[in-house]
Design a protein around this ligand. Structure first.
Ligand code: CAA
Length: 684
């Protein structure tokens, strides 16, 4: 075992320091090292207090998630925690970085906690489909009370030091930049005062008022029903927190473990843990190591102040990067800027932003009607109309004015980036930065790698995503790149099912029940039928509805009619139009139960994903999963289409696709890549 432990004694205070990069996750070796350190201190007669600390960027950032699949190896975290709690000597956790999950639980086993000013603590297990299984749900409520514990543990949010101090999660903030020295001084003052050994598990003054009552939990469930839908871990967390008020600590702890184990064995937790690692994996590009050069981006030019351009601009303003916003006409420019301001104003009105922050962000915008105003920026993003000729024209113009080394990016969703790049004399500086609508909200950024894009340009795009709070996924050039391409096939199948007489409400229900926030048909109505059918000359259900001035939620309803509260009912007009168009196309009705509807809608997405992998458009299946989760809100507890396919079994998916191919044609023809995987007994 590598030596992860440093043991030092300063007069009567022992400092047990663990060093296990990158984040001191509480794996087997770390757990053993903590025990070794505490045993040493226990045996040291001169020692009266023990400080538990970590080297590197953080105090223990939680259990080692990589160990979750393997058989548990003693000493388990609860054993380590029990040992710390039974210490007859004073114990103090010295916190820095991000003591999260099991890390915070370990800190809560100590009698006192000291933290640096920039420490952030939290119990983020909910994000991994789990609950804090080493006493967190029993201890946190005892310190902060039931309402705060419910909010903190079900959100998994990180709490800054100042708030942690206020809540009583930490006892002292470090005054300078020497955490260990401050912790030693604190320990000595505690010894001098003969301070009590405060064990969180022995306290219950904050939980007593809720003992035996269930109303607070029911109200919390009801208030957050939409947000919590589908997340099994949340229900177990709420149950477990309730036990902290209702049961003595030891019994609550035992039940917490059972509720934790139930979750740990679930497919949802496996999916969420896969997503955790995949989110990090997508930043890794095999031929572009992290050491690759990065271009400095201190200013950005955005061409087009429409919905997309405005949304993109907000990302940079939020990151304090000045934006020159270019439009062709003054009124379009003014309108674009007013929409940005309105969006920020909404945040101010709801208390999520201050008026000063709004002003500061708006002050970072330079409006412009003149391309030469972009001549000094570090990055130019084009967000104009999705037509090749217009895009090429814009790129010619920016090629003429952009400074050497400026990155030229297109926000194209479907067009050939290589062709756009060839409109310039510097295709090596061109990349795609594909944002998802609404661009200021959705977390995905597809970074599109042109055939000639320089490696440092790609690397800069990937890093930039992080700067503006997005998850980057690298895509090669191909129609629709990754997310739009694979999700588009769900749209085609939705239209087919509708024309085959399947009730649109049932289609929406199936997708909603799977875990999406909204079904595809309700989504069409929300986006606007006129927007969706813009490029089509074919007579479709949507084109007929639009010709009747039924544009969706925004005007006269679409597939659905809407009352004044936006409650929807399927429209008899739409049903008639569907029947009419189906008759014109000679499409016959087909019966399909809910399982079949789901398979017909989502197995083609898996199949398209397989094609995307086969063509080398996406690097790995996890890139497709993250693109769908971040770009289309694919339910995170399903792990994305490719992970989900593995959980179903690829052979089953293939068999179903072949059956659909027989019945409905080549839209379901399995990708040769999928066939190969099944033949070789492999997974995505
Ligand atoms: N276990 C294993 N590996 C972990 C880890 C963990 N708990 N946390 C982070 N890592 C790894 C990451 O995968 C990454 O590895 P690579 O460099 O190989 O990709 C590396 O550590 C650095 O992580 P980040 O890139 O995320 O670094 P960051 O500085 O941006 O963020 C962090 C650091 C805030 C700690 C973030 O990694 C994080 O949120 N980690 C998860 C924390 C967590 O969920 N803890 C609870 C675990 S569950 C638990 O503790 C259950 C229980 O009660 C028993």
């Amino acid at each position: 075992m590598a030596n992860l432990l440093t043991y030092e004694v300063h007069d009567d205070v022992a400092v047990v320091t663990i060093d296990s990069p990158p984040v001191n996750a509480l794996g087997f070796d770390v757990r053993q090292s903590i025990i070794k350190g505490f045993e040493k201190a226990a045996a040291d007669a001169d020692v009266q207090a023990i400080i538990l600390a970590c080297k590197g960027r953080t105090f223990f950032a939680g259990a080692d998630i990589r160990e979750f699949g393997a058989a548990p190896k003693s000493p388990l975290l609860p054993e380590v925690i029990a040992l710390i709690e039974s210490s007859p000597k004073l114990t103090i956790a010295a916190l820095h970085g991000t003591p999260l999950g099991g890390g915070l639980e370990t800190a809560l086993a100590c009698h006192y906690r000291v933290a640096t000013a920039d420490t952030r603590v939290g119990l983020p297990e909910v994000k991994l489909g789990l609950l804090p299984g080493a006493g967190g749900t029993q201890k946190l409520p005892r310190l902060v009370g039931i309402p705060a514990a419910l909010e903190i543990i079900t959100s998994g949010r990180q709490i800054k030091s100042a708030e942690a101090l206020e809540l009583g999660l930490v006892d002292k903030l470090c005054s300078g930049d020497d955490l260990i020295k401050d912790s030693i001084d604190f320990a000595k003052s505690l010894i001098a005062q003969d301070a009590p050994r405060l064990l969180v598990c022995e306290r219950n003054e904050k939980t007593a008022e809720h003992k035996g009552k269930s109303d607070i939990y029911d109200a919390f469930r009801e208030k957050n029903a939409r947000r919590f839908r589908g997340f099994k871990s949340v229900e177990n967390i709420i149950k477990s927190i309730q036990l902290s008020a209702d049961l003595p600590y030891d019994q609550g702890l035992k039940r917490e473990r059972e509720l934790f184990t139930e979750l740990q064995q679930s497919r949802d937790a496996a999916a969420q843990q896969y997503v955790f690692f995949s989110e990090r994996e997508t930043s890794k590009i095999p031929d572009i190591p992290k050491t690759t050069a990065v271009r400095t981006i201190d200013s950005v030019g955005i061409i087009g102040a429409g919905t997309m351009g405005g949304g993109i601009a907000m990302n940079f303003l939020n990151a304090n990067i000045p934006v020159t916003l270019l439009e062709q006409k003054q009124d379009a420019l003014e309108h674009g800027i007013s929409v940005i301001k309105k969006n920020y104003q909404r945040s101010v009105n709801s208390g999520r932003m201050t008026e000063q922050a709004l002003e500061a962000r708006m002050a970072l915008i330079t409006p412009s009607l003149d391309y030469t105003d972009l001549s000094s920026v570090d990055l130019i993003i084009e967000a104009v109309f999705e037509t090749m000729e217009i895009k090429k024209d814009v790129f010619r113009k920016i090629d003429a004015i952009a400074k050497p080394g400026c990155i030229l990016a297109s926000n194209t969703s479907y067009l050939d980036l290589n062709e756009i790049a060839e409109a310039t004399k510097r295709p090596q500086d061109v990349i795609g930065l594909h944002f998802f609508s609404p661009a200021n909200v959705m977390n995905l950024l597809e970074v599109v790698r042109g055939d000639k894009s320089d490696k440092d340009v790609i690397n800069t795009g990937m890093r930039l995503a992080k700067t503006i709070g997005k998850t980057p996924v690298l895509s090669r050039v191909g129609w629709g790149f990754i997310a739009n391409r694979v999700m588009k096939v769900r749209g085609y199948q939705t239209d087919n099912l509708i024309l085959q007489g399947v009730n649109p409400e049932i289609i929406d229900k199936v997708i909603y029940d799977y875990g999406f926030a909204m079904g595809p048909i309700a989504m069409k109505d929300l986006v606007g039928l006129d927007v969706l059918g813009r490029d089509s000359t074919e007579r479709t259900v949507e084109s007929v509805l639009v010709s009747m001035d039924r544009l969706g939620q925004k005007k006269n309803g679409g597939y659905y009619d809407y009352d004044q509260n936006r409650q929807r009912t399927l429209s008899p007009v739409a049903i008639e139009v569907i029947q009419q168009v189906a008759a014109e196309k000679g499409i016959e009705a087909v019966a399909a139960d809910e399982d079949e509807i789901l398979a017909r809608l989502l197995y083609p997405v898996i199949n398209e994903g397989a094609k995307v992998l086969d063509e080398g458009i996406a690097l790995r299946s996890c890139d497709i999963d993250i693109a769908c989760i971040k770009g289309y809100n694919w339910p995170v507890y399903k792990g994305g289409p490719m992970f989900w396919a593995n959980t179903i079994g690829l052979e089953k998916v293939l068999t179903k696709l072949r059956e659909f191919e027989q019945r409905f044609g080549e839209a379901f023809t399995p990708s040769p890549y999928l066939v190969r995987l099944v033949e070789e007994g492999k997974e995505f």
